[in-house]
Design a binder for this molecule. Structure first.
Ligand SMILES: Cc1ncc(COP(=O)(O)O)c(C=O)c1O
Length: 342
């Protein structure tokens, strides 16, 4: 058994029930490109969670889900407003700009969240032919700093965005962790709160591979399948992505996995704050813990454990828990922390 890591939930394996669903889907020949019963069943599950009128497009990865959804909203002379730390801006190799041709207009954020007044700052040049025209806002739920927007915060953003002719995209790579934290349904945080387009995360919550674009705005839905194909995100053997989602969204496996990961992060944070030299850099609201500690101690810990040095400037580390993190993993880590501080 290899050692668990806190580097990323992407480093985890596949949940056994998901692996079983893949094996069960491996039965004979079925129509390709999503015209199969597994995709129909998975789409039905999404509709149970988000309502009958949503449009679902299964894709391979989170970058693909974000860019496919954004491209349905924004043309090349238009722009998306997001935080500077948004995954679409900081960690997708310029995929959004490269694929859409439009611009990302960023704002700084200490807690990963975007505010109405920050959106407003980018609206002063509407109608100016020299400027990229804002057409969408993108928020991440959870944010890249592990924080979670409340439903009221999302509603405030969507109301303002819609009043100003902007669509709202949600990067929900860890949406299940956010729902587990808020104790709300997936719909309450998205379609009911005014989100137009969602990238629904699967890989970070126990899937082998696969994310879904979920569109709540009828005007944006019709182009999705063409954009997905052109973006090389249309899987021919789609049944193996769909079968995973069908299982994830059955018997609340999505919630169970996310709750577990969040709980592990809480345990980790509770253990860390007992050390006077360690302070939390963000409230722990999902499956990530951001903490500051002396650099020499970070280096000592890194000899035994895998995690990210998030900010060299602030000596801040990021520890990410997963559906398969065990209490013993936390205890081992905390015991090593204890050792280096004693
Ligand atoms: C918030 C967020 N969005 C999107 C992605 C992109 O996912 P992928 O690496 O599958 O393209 C990630 C990946 O870590 C992420 O953390």
């Amino acid at each position: 058994m290899t050692k668990k890591m806190f580097a990323s939930d992407n480093n985890s394996g596949i949940h056994p029930a998901i692996l079983e669903a893949i094996a069960q889907a491996n039965d004979g020949h079925v129509p390709a490109y999503g015209s199969d019963l597994y995709t129909e069943a998975a789409t039905r599950k999404f509709k149970e969670h988000f309502g009958e009128s949503c449009e679902v497009a299964f894709v391979f990865n989170g970058t693909g889900a974000n860019v496919t959804g954004l491209k349905a909203m924004v043309r090349s002379h238009q722009a998306v407003i997001c935080t500077d730390g948004a995954h679409i801006n900081a960690d997708e190799g310029g995929a959004a700009e490269g694929f859409i041709g439009g611009k990302l207009l960023t704002v700084p954020s200490k807690d990963g969240k975007l505010t109405v007044s920050q959106i407003e700052q980018h609206l002063h040049h509407i109608g100016n032919q020299q400027r990229s025209q804002p057409k969408a806002v993108s928020i991440s739920q959870c944010t890249e700093l592990g924080t979670v927007y409340t439903i009221d915060e999302i509603k405030e953003l969507t109301r303002f965005a819609h009043e100003n002719g902007l669509f709202v995209h949600m990067d929900g790579a860890r949406i299940s962790n956010a729902a587990a934290h808020l104790g709300c349904t997936l719909a309450e945080m998205t379609v009911d709160a005014g989100i137009d387009m969602l990238a629904f995360g699967g890989t970070k919550n126990g899937l082998m591979i696969g994310e879904a674009v979920v569109c709540f705005n009828k005007d944006l839905a019709s182009e999705l399948k063409y954009i997905r194909k052109q973006g090389m995100q249309l899987g021919s053997k789609m049944r193996f992505v769909s079968a995973q989602f069908e299982r994830l969204l059955t018997e609340d496996l999505w919630l169970e996995n996310a709750r577990h990961a969040n709980h592990m992060a809480q345990l980790l944070a509770e253990g860390l704050v007992k050390f006077p030299e360690i302070s939390l850099a963000q409230p722990v609201e999902s499956n990530a813990v951001f903490a500051s500690l002396p650099r020499t101690k970070i280096e000592q810990l890194q000899k035994e454990h895998s995690f990210a040095l998030w900010s060299e400037e602030r000596d801040e580390i990021r520890l990410v828990t997963s559906f398969d993190t065990e209490k013993e993993d936390i205890e081992t880590f905390l015991a090593d922390v204890q050792m280096i501080f004693s």
